[in-house]
Design a protein. Structure first.
Length: 412
């Protein structure tokens, strides 16, 4: 019986690719534990610590928000320095160094109770987190390009790995905050131990990707700056991402405090945070097709709009089921917004300029996160936490309007 040679070739190609797909996705999943350290532990776990630390140390909401502002300042400094570091060291080396430093800094945060020292530690932790997150994004982009059919899924897996940090934090922090003076310090130690454990897997993946998918430095190859888009070419999506940074961090910093102030039990709040983390992990599959198809700012625009809805819900309604719906939608969306910028860079810039492109997005993201906690905290002190989240939702909606104006920079 005659056979179709084209169909046979396609079948053979699919059969050849199948054994390679699982190792690639497993590498992306292991690397994603770096993003769990950088954001899930080093930044978002603080929301669970905030109520206990605020009460114990007598902070206002603005002072409590300043802790995440300090972390974002360090993140900005790390993002600004990253292109310089990337010219001296490989991406996998920077990822390894950032993971180790973050684990040590989280432990150090459990040794002090002075506000100024805590602020300093949060700044330095932000620098280390930026090294992890940007270098990991570069490595994930390389891995995605090695599997174009699964590129969106690979990027989603990396950024969605933050959810594993959120899930682990939601279990660890309530169990390790003790009912005593400075009882929150023990939670920092638990988070540091979790960082060290996750570092083992993340470092192994980073080293492997660094060996298998090395890319020459920009100065070492023929691709000059002429084939890389200048930042004004993607100013719309940069601006939309900046507003995303302001809006989303307001939710992640104060949502636990809002739910506790609304009278929800510790068990309900823990369940909410756990659901948010699980939704973040599964977001990789949910939005992978969108990241593959959309080469302009449409993906970020759609995700920002959904985040605005998720942020508005608990600000307007105090029922537990609405809070859970908000957490599920927010968790399933917010790290995919971050992934959308790496997808934009991969679609529109040459590989030799990916580190610069991802750094540019990280810088505006960090600016937004510096402004967000302080401003939303200030609004919350004067008008209540619900009003602060309404402002966050409006900023996210504004980010969606800006991002939708961004067109692709090249056709292919």
């Amino acid at each position: 019986m005659p056979t179709d040679p084209c169909a046979a070739a396609h079948s053979s190609s699919a059969a050849d690719e199948a054994p390679q797909r699982l190792p690639t996705l497993m590498l992306a999943a292991a690397l994603s534990l770096g993003s769990a350290i950088a954001l899930g532990f080093a930044r978002f776990a603080y929301a669970l610590l905030l109520p206990s630390m605020k009460q114990d140390l007598g902070w206002t909401f603005a002072e409590a928000g300043a802790m995440n502002t300090a972390n974002a300042l360090g993140y900005l400094l790390g993002a600004l320095a990253f292109p310089h570091f990337a010219r001296r060291w490989r991406a996998d080396t920077l990822c390894v160094a950032g993971c180790g430093a973050t684990a040590l800094l989280m432990a150090a945060s459990g040794l002090v109770a002075d506000t100024n020292l805590l602020l300093l530690l949060r700044v330095i932790t932000g620098v280390a987190s930026a090294a992890i997150f940007i270098s990991g994004g570069v490595l994930a982009a390389r891995l995605a390009s090695a599997r174009p059919r699964d590129a969106g899924l690979v990027l989603g897996l990396y950024y969605g790995g933050t959810g594993w940090g959120i899930v682990a934090s939601s279990v660890l922090v309530p169990l390790t905050i003790l009912d005593r003076a400075h009882g929150w310090q023990f939670a920092w130690f638990a988070l540091a131990a979790a960082c060290a454990l996750f570092t083992v897997a993340a470092v192994g993946a980073a080293r492997r990707i660094g060996r298998l998918h090395a890319v020459a430095a920009p100065g070492a190859r023929g691709a000059g700056t002429s084939d890389a888009a200048r930042w004004p070419g993607f100013a719309w999506v940069l601006a939309g991402y900046g507003l995303f940074g302001v809006g989303y961090i307001g939710y992640m910093t104060f949502i636990v405090a809002l739910l506790r102030n609304a009278g929800m039990s510790a068990a309900v709040v823990t369940g909410f945070y756990l659901l948010l983390g699980v939704a973040t992990v599964f977001s990789a599959r949910l939005w992978s097709g969108l990241l593959d198809r959309m080469r302009g700012g449409q993906a970020l625009a759609a995700l920002n709009a959904l985040l605005a809805v998720a942020t508005l819900l608990p600000a307007l309604f105090t029922q537990a089921w609405i809070a859970f719906a908000s957490g599920a939608l927010f968790g399933a969306t917010f790290l995919s917004a971050v992934a959308s910028t790496t997808a934009f860079v991969r679609h529109n810039l040459p590989a030799s300029h990916w580190a610069k492109g991802i750094s540019a997005f990280t810088i505006v993201f960090a600016f937004g996160q510096i402004v967000g906690p302080m401003v939303i905290g200030w609004v919350s002190d004067g008008a209540g936490l619900a009003r602060g989240l309404i402002y966050s939702a409006l900023l996210l909606a504004g980010g969606a309007l800006l991002a939708v104006c961004q067109k692709p920079l090249r056709a292919d």
